[in-house]
Design a protein around this ligand. Structure first.
Ligand SMILES: [Cu+2]
Length: 177
């Protein structure tokens, strides 16, 4: 029973991890949101944007907006005339569909010049942060913790078998998502 529970827990954690790896949501500015006072540069440099992730702009609709700019120079100069897209719902979701850099600024007069802009560089999602990309090395990486917490040493062999099975299924899960 105890063993089944552990297996279930690991699978559950695997599924949660899988979900996080496959699509993360990045709220621009963190808890502050899309506002002039947020340090958006620092926020962006602390995030890793991957293909499939979403960027969410949260703000008071009417006070701000989101304008996507076409180029680095437009971004630098706050040239809002080059906008390729604009949003103003206050909860705008942008999906990152391919690697590359995208430029966003606030459309309210003067806000971009005050620093209300952010550059999002998306990287390919083909390299997950998992330390074990191959299924053969994923088995030992998942086994030490459960094996060491197992009380009876006589149960290690069947338990190792379960862990091996688990490793394989986890590898399968990761490949699927
Ligand atoms: Cu603004």
């Amino acid at each position: 029973m105890e063993r089944m529970r552990r297996v279930f827990l690991v699978l559950l954690l695997g599924a949660l991890f899988c979900k996080e790896v496959s699509a993360a949501q990045h709220v621009v500015g963190g808890s502050q949101g899309w506002v002039e006072s947020a340090d958006l540069n620092s926020w962006a440099s602390g995030e890793t944007f991957k293909v499939g992730d979403q960027v969410v702009f949260k703000y008071s609709s009417g006070l701000h907006s989101v304008v996507e700019l076409a180029s680095e120079s437009a971004y630098k100069n706050c040239d809002l005339g080059t906008s390729v897209n604009s949003m103003n719902t206050g909860n705008d979701v942008v999906k990152l569909v391919k690697p590359g850099t995208r430029y966003f600024a606030c459309g309210t007069l003067g806000h971009c010049g005050q620093g209300m802009k952010v550059k999002i560089t998306t990287v390919s999602s083909s390299a997950p942060p998992s330390p074990s990309p191959s299924s053969s090395s994923s088995t030992p990486s998942t086994s030490p913790k459960p094996a060491s917490t197992s009380g009876a040493s006589s149960s290690i062999t069947p338990f190792a078998y379960i862990v091996a099975l688990l490793g394989t299924s986890l590898a399968y899960v990761f490949r699927v998502c």
